[in-house]
Design a binder for this molecule. Sequence first.
Ligand SMILES: *Cc1c(COP(=O)(O)O)cnc(C)c1O
Length: 363
Amino acid sequence: MIPFLDLGAVNSPHAERIAQAVQRVIQSGWYILGNEVTGFEAAFARYCGTRHCIGVANGLDALTLVLKAWDFPPASEVIVPANTYIASVLAVTHAGLSPVFVEPDPTTYVFDPKTIEAVLTARTRAILPVHLYGRCCDMEPITAMARRYGLKVLEDAAQAQGAVYRTQKAGNLGDAAGFSFYPSKNLGAMGDAGAITTNDDTLAERLRYLRNYGSGQKYRNAYVGFNSRLDEVQAAILSAKLPYLDAENARRRQLAGRYLAGITHPDVLLPPADGVIDDVWHLFVIRHPQRDAFRNYLHERSIGTDTHYPVAPYKQPAYAAYAHLSLPISDQLHREVVSLPLNTALTDTQVQYIIDTINGYAA
Ligand SMILES: *Cc1c(COP(=O)(O)O)cnc(C)c1O
């Protein structure tokens, strides 16, 4: 069986480094907001090219805290893609704001800058581009539009650690960015973890307070804050793995290149591959018009797959108030997408087997 993702196998090359990192934290006797968090924040800010990194508890909190920190008037609108993981939308809701769903570009699956402009209103305060599947949104027209209308740009970079747009890394393409280090992400912790990156000194300081009970000084609370801290153990593990992220992303690109060159089945739609945007292939997502039958075929031949995502956030019971919307591009994507195994534990032989099996599919 080729599993869709075996995190034990993905982490096994790092096993010794991780054990040492955890041991160091245990022996330090300091488990919350100490040298490990400070060290990882400095390393990840350097990696992204930003002035600041603020470690938080998870990716959802990273996005939510930034939106809270901006302190927009209640019911302000935030533009989100219709086809994203629900966390991007929940962050908007938890910050007391209203999500405005827009259709993706039908070929890249990320924001189409033209569709954003069409939904701007007097209440729009921010745009939330999601670098879905590891591919950066076309950020230049988005940030230009944001400047024109006085809007903030919050990147959801949860799936794009290390992705590059032109000369800048994901996390350094807007006013602030939220990262998740959920175990399956390109840079994954061994539990929940997240971070915010920004070049805005004032915002960074506010976020350091907000994640820690609104406090910068023990027992003095300047804001109504949260408890959303990255813990020392996760920070130490992330610091141990970060130096290998670029090499691991390079391996992902190599595997994606094999799929792109090898899969020739006429019914399978491959993801786009172009040179301008440096995709980190968090997921390798293909489309098939009879997705479920196609997935069954692969599973019967011992190939694990997943679906990112089977249902659009606006069609979830949690967002029943938006169920009346008509978003046909997004709906079609949710019907057709299949994610193939793509991770650093996958071998060339396995990839070739997957390619051959797909090309041999007779519906
Ligand atoms: C994983 C993910 C998140 C949320 O991260 P958590 O750490 O699970 O809270 C947000 N947005 C996207 C696009 C994600 O893939």
